[in-house]
Write a protein of this length. Sequence first.
Length: 254
Amino acid sequence: MRFMTGDTVTTNDAALQALCELGQEQLIRMEYLEAQATLAEAERRAWAARDWDSLSRLYLPLQEARRQRRQRAGEGIVCLDLLANGPDDRLDALHVVQNFSHGQLLVAGWGSIEPAIRVRELAGQHAMYLDTFLAAVYPVGEGRVVAIVPTADVRLPDASPRPIDQLIRQLPPHSIVLSESELPQGSRRGTFETYAQVMDLWERLHKPFLAAADAEPQPIGKMEGYRKTIEVDYASELAHQKLSDVAREMMRGG
């Protein structure tokens, strides 16, 4: 993929140009995980350089690589109840990925998202089409709830028993709190129905961040907000599309 204005290559970074071309070639070869990694590195460099021209052209192929990654994960096994049963039940991330190497998961430690973070790390290291929500289990009253949080850098309350309203106030903003009964039980082969259910959760998770970015008055603030949205949900198509649009406006001096 050569970034052109008329007949002129506009990037000043040969390494960035090479990454963009490699990412496009990988996308054409349907090497979606590799294309995502390559194009994400190109995006990082272009963002640091405030290279609006390159960014305006990068986001749509990057979106396609991530869309394909999400879709292929949805074709695997869907299991949304990998929950710790108590403080002594430590979920083993390696065991999880050995049993679920392809699919969509909800992994929730006892008051901790560390097992889910580790599952994500292992999935990335081993190039797996495996998506995982960042979640934690909390005791409330006579039962338990699952909190899905937006990003890995949040601070969580401890797992001491507390009323549900108090827990919600202590969780990171925009967390999703579900009772165990709201989560489907067991493993299922991915279908259109399971994909829609999982996508609904992702949309609920990223929607507040997308709305906040839309409300930003300055273009740079908008772009930072859309990038945050993608940190929450890597496959948010609207965030990628809006990033491309704003970068194009910046390139034109708008």
